[in-house]
Design a protein around this ligand. Structure first.
Ligand code: NAG
Ligand code: NAG
Ligand code: NAG
Ligand code: NAG
Ligand code: NAG
Ligand code: NAG
Length: 506
């Protein structure tokens, strides 16, 4: 979920590396200790890196091929050291090494600073089976595919379906050698290989965010006896991830988050360019008109750029992830209302694209993990209907880029977690969910928490994607207490963010 455009460009620049060559034959496939050394990364953080050899195919003991995982450590700042905590940053398909540079300075202090933080490039990213379907033109052709909104025209669903077929077939032809080996279950086994190689107590300490929560639920369900501490923040519904074409629950709180943007604006007019003298109802009505205008007569900028509904809604949706960007979003929308396209353009162009993961890793992992396939777009209708029921404003945003490719996907993860996520773990998990999260709603956190015996759901009464995006000392302390003392917050605990919405201007 790192989404600054420089980080994005950096991720995209990595996408041209070959991937099949990283599969090697090796005599020894047993895990060795990790040899830490300098990282080949542009950073002043005191990180160290290592490589770990693991099997390519955990399901076939007569297949001796191996892959090498790139592992990174952000050392504990304090003594005495506790056991390491593994981190995964979501997507699925977000790399581990570069994300660590962005997140360790935030997550490290929250843990208390006594744990080494460890991450790794999951299969499908970095140098490890990088899932790149478009090596010749990594950003150009693919970037235009699958980004249309389903509501943009009555032909859009057909277009998305056809583009999904192109993506699926291109990925298959490009990545036949690796496509079946990049799912979550194998990543879970890679994680346990790292845990073993660390040579500590053999138990899993893990903090997963966003897509990293489905990985966390999967590893905890596959290895319940190895769980020491697992924190899952920004929880996805893992049942929908594995079992449905789409994941409509994803947008269950998107409308509510959008309404909070409008209400927060009205409540803090001095920091919100959209407030003027409007009431909430007036502002909401103005927004309905604007969305209709963007659909029916989008403005043309500079004689060549159409700011259409897709661009507009994507910008709004992406901004909802981070409350700190809401004053800027208000300025951009106000520009649009006033017809100030120059300033609007300056604010939104160069923002993060719709697919901020490494190459097509998000598809490689997610699509291979999904059980269902179809050749008939009509089979997706029930899922689409659920998206519509979940969100009036954004139902069409969330599914375009992966739902249609995944439904027609030609790979299948070698191994999938086949259980129902009803699990008793060695120690209980801590789930964290935001009341107003536009993409991983509280209802999904509740759903997943109900399956894990003894787990507690901490409600972060904040906005945006992940508790990290509107910080709360209360939430941070709960996470720290869990990692340091193993103490879960009382069931029903609600934490307030430190600052209200629009506390500062853009
Ligand atoms: C390394 O990072 C610094 C600070 O972000 C940046 O100014 C510099 O251009 C980077 N160097 C390379 C080789 O990417
Ligand atoms: C397992 O690996 C062996 C050796 O590479 C191979 O011949 C065999 O086809 C593999 N089995 C499966 C089910 O992929
Ligand atoms: C708000 O309303 C007052 C009184 O109706 C008016 O004088 C003022 O110009 C309005 N301000 C804005 C920003 O519209
Ligand atoms: C607008 O058009 C001018 C002249 O064609 C061009 O130089 C400029 O780069 C354009 N600006 C943007 C943001 O596309
Ligand atoms: C969790 O979500 C799945 C998929 O939407 C649903 O089938 C299941 O009933 C839910 N379970 C709970 C406990 O809410
Ligand atoms: C949160 O913690 C920081 C650092 O200890 C402190 O400066 C700040 O006042 C705290 N905020 C709240 C709302 O408790």
């Amino acid at each position: 979920m790192v989404s600054s455009s420089t980080v994005l460009e950096f991720f995209l620049s990595l996408a041209v590396k070959a991937s099949a060559e990283t599969i090697h034959q090796m005599a020894s496939s047993t895990t060795q200790g990790l040899q830490w050394g300098p990282c080949n990364l542009n950073t002043t953080l005191p990180v160290q890196c290592a490589k770990l050899t693991v099997p390519l195919d955990y399901t076939n003991s007569s297949d001796s091929r191996t892959i090498s995982l790139d592992v990174i450590k952000y050392p504990a700042q304090k003594e005495p050291k506790r056991g390491s905590i593994l981190l995964n940053f979501g997507g699925p398909g977000q790399d581990g090494l570069n994300s660590m540079l962005a997140y360790a300075p935030i997550q490290g202090p929250i843990t208390g600073g006594y744990h080494d933080l460890i991450s790794w490039d999951p299969r499908g990213t970095g140098n490890t089976l990088l899932f790149n379907c478009f090596p010749v033109d990594p950003t150009g052709y693919y970037a235009g595919l699958g980004n249309t909104l389903a509501s943009a025209a009555d032909t859009a669903v057909g277009l998305l379906w056809a583009q999904g077929q192109i993506i699926s077939e291109t990925c298959y032809n490009q990545l036949k050698d690796i496509g079946d080996y990049v799912g979550m279950a194998f990543v879970a086994r890679d994680m346990m290989s790292i845990v073993d190689a660390l040579g500590e107590d053999g138990l899993l300490r893990y903090w997963g965010i966003s897509g990293g929560t489905t990985l966390g639920a999967t590893v905890a369900a596959m290895f319940p006896d190895k769980v020491d501490k697992v924190v899952l923040d920004g929880v996805m519904n893992a049942h929908q991830y594995y079992n449905m074409f789409g994941e409509p629950e994803m947008v269950a709180a998107t409308d509510a988050t959008w309404e909070q943007f409008l209400r927060g604006c009205i409540a803090m007019p001095q920091n919100c360019a959209l407030a003027h003298n409007r009431t909430f109802e007036e502002l909401e009505a103005t927004m309905l008109q604007l969305f209709t205008k963007m659909r029916e007569s989008p403005p043309v900028y500079n004689g060549s750029i159409v700011f259409d509904l897709t661009i507009f809604k994507s910008h709004v949706y992406n901004s909802l992830y981070r409350p700190s960007s809401w004053p800027g979003l208000a300025l951009a929308i106000d520009d649009l209302l006033q017809g100030n396209l120059d300033t609007f353009a300056a604010r939104i162009l160069g923002g993060a694209g719709a697919i901020p993961q490494q190459a097509q890793a998000i598809l490689g992992i997610r699509c291979g993990d999904k059980r269902r396939r179809t050749g008939d777009v009509a089979d997706l209708a029930p899922d689409f209907a659920q998206y519509r029921r979940q969100s009036r404003w954004f139902w069409d945003w969330a599914w375009g880029y992966y739902v249609t490719p995944c439904a027609q996907w030609k790979f299948s993860a070698r191994e999938r977690y086949e259980g129902d996520f009803r699990v008793k773990t060695r120690s209980p998990l801590l789930f964290v969910g935001n009341t107003f999260d536009p993409v991983t709603p509280l209802v999904s956190a509740r759903n997943m928490s109900e399956g894990f015996e003894g787990s507690v759901l901490l409600t972060h009464n904040g906005h945006g994607h992940l508790a990290l995006s509107q910080p709360s000392n209360c939430t941070d302390m709960a996470i720290q207490r869990y990692f340091l003392e193993g103490i879960l917050p009382a069931p029903g605990t609600v934490c307030e963010p430190n600052l209200p919405l629009f506390a500062t201007g853009a």
